[in-house]
Design a protein around this ligand. Structure first.
Ligand SMILES: NC(=O)c1ccc[n+]([C@@H]2O[C@H](COP(=O)([O-])OP(=O)(O)OC[C@H]3O[C@@H](n4cnc5c(N)ncnc54)[C@H](O)[C@@H]3O)[C@@H](O)[C@H]2O)c1
Length: 274
C-alpha cells in the first residue's frame, strides 16, 4: 500500500469551484481519487460527480449526502464566505452548514479516514474567547446554533473571525470524541492566499497593511496549491496518527506570534504610520 497515494480513494470536497478547493480537487483527481464535489457554483474540475449545494441550506446538504451516498475515505471542507456577506450567512457557511455537512458524513467515513477543513489564521487568538466558542459548538444542530448566533451578535460581529474560531474549536473537540472510531479531523489556518476571495472581497474590508501583517514573516501571499497540498497530506494514510491538529499554513506567522517575534497589531499600526 502506498501511504501517499489517493489511487482508489473515494473523497468528497465542498467548495471546489475556485481558490484552494479548486486546487485541491484538481490535485485529488490527478492523484487518482474518485472525487465528488459540491459548491454553489458549477466547478470545471473533471470529477466523478458534481452537485450544486448551498451550505446555508441543511436540507440541501442532507439531500446531497444521500445522493452521493456510500462510504468515503476523506472529506475536504474548502467552502467559505468572506465578511463582505451578511454576518449570519458567513456563520452559516463557515461554521453551521460546514458542521452539519461534516456530521452527515462522519458515519460514512471509513476507519482511518479523515476530515480536512480550512479555517484561517484570523483565528489566531481563539483562546481569548474559547468559553463562548465552546458554547456555540455545544449547540446540537444548525437551527439551535443559528439561534445562539442571533443572541450573540456582539461576539459574532462580521462573522468571519468568529466562524473560523468556531470551526477550529469544533474540529479539535470532535477529533478527541471520534478518535476511538478511527476518524481523524484536522483543520488548517492559512495566511492570506491569492484567490478570488482575496481579490474580490478581503481587499474591500481591510487595508493592504492588514494582509501584509498576516503575511509576515514570509512577506507574500500563498498560492492556492500551497494551501491545498497540506489538506491532501492531512487526509492521506501518511497522516494516520494525526488528528485534532489546527495546523498553521502560514510560513512562520503563528510561530512568530507565539514567540514574540511578530506583533501583528504593531505591524499593522507601523505600516499605516509609515
Ligand atoms: N483567500 C485567503 O486569503 C484565505 C485566507 C485564510 C483562509 N481562507 C479560507 O479558505 C477557504 C477557501 O477560500 P478561497 O480563498 O479559496 O476563496 P474562494 O472564494 O475562491 O473559494 C470559496 C469557495 O466556496 C464556495 N462557496 C461560497 N459560498 C458557498 C455556499 N454557500 N455553499 C457552498 N459553497 C460555497 C465558493 O463558490 C468557492 O468555490 C475559505 O474557507 C476561506 O475563508 C482564505
Amino acid at each position: 500500500m502506498d501511504l501517499w497515494s489517493y489511487a482508489g480513494k473515494r473523497v468528497v470536497i465542498a467548495g471546489c469551484f475556485s481558490g484552494i478547493g479548486e486546487a485541491a480537487a484538481r490535485e485529488l483527481v490527478r492523484l487518482g481519487a474518485e472525487v465528488h464535489g459540491v459548491d454553489v457554483r458549477e466547478s470545471a474540475v473533471p470529477m466523478a460527480s458534481f452537485r450544486i449545494v448551498d451550505l446555508k441550506e441543511p436540507a440541501a446538504i442532507d439531500k446531497a449526502v444521500e445522493e452521493i451516498g456510500g462510504q468515503i475515505d476523506g472529506l475536504f471542507n474548502c467552502a467559505g464566505l468572506p465578511q463582505t456577506f451578511p454576518a449570519l450567512d458567513v456563520m452559516k457557511v463557515n461554521f453551521l452548514g460546514m458542521r452539519h455537512w461534516t456530521e452527515q458524513w462522519i458515519p460514512r467515513i471509513n476507519r482511518g479516514g479523515g476530515v480536512a477543513t480550512i479555517a484561517s489564521n484570523a483565528a489566531y487568538r481563539l483562546q481569548q474567547r474559547l468559553a463562548q466558542t465552546l458554547e456555540l459548538v455545544a449547540t446540537p444542530d444548525f437551527a439551535s446554533g443559528l439561534a445562539w448566533c442571533e443572541e450573540h451578535m456582539g461576539l459574532v460581529a462580521d462573522g468571519y473571525t468568529f466562524s473560523k474560531e468556531a470551526i477550529v474549536v469544533y474540529t479539535l473537540k470532535r477529533a478527541a470524541e471520534l478518535a476511538r472510531q478511527g476518524v481523524r479531523l484536522n483543520v488548517t489556518l492559512p495566511s492570506p492566499v491569492a484567490t478570488p476571495m482575496m481579490r474580490d472581497h478581503f481587499v474591500k474590508v481591510a487595508p493592504k497593511e492588514v494582509f501584509d501583517a498576516f503575511s509576515e514573516p514570509v512577506g507574500r501571499l500563498s498560492q492556492p496549491e500551497e494551501q491545498a497540498y497540506p489538506l491532501l497530506f492531512l487526509n492521506s494514510d501518511a497522516a494516520c496518527f494525526v488528528s485534532g491538529l489546527a495546523m498553521p499554513v502560514d510560513f512562520g506567522f503563528t510561530g512568530g506570534v507565539n514567540t514574540g517575534v511578530l506583533d501583528v497589531q504593531k505591524l499593522i499600526a507601523g505600516a499605516r504610520a509609515g
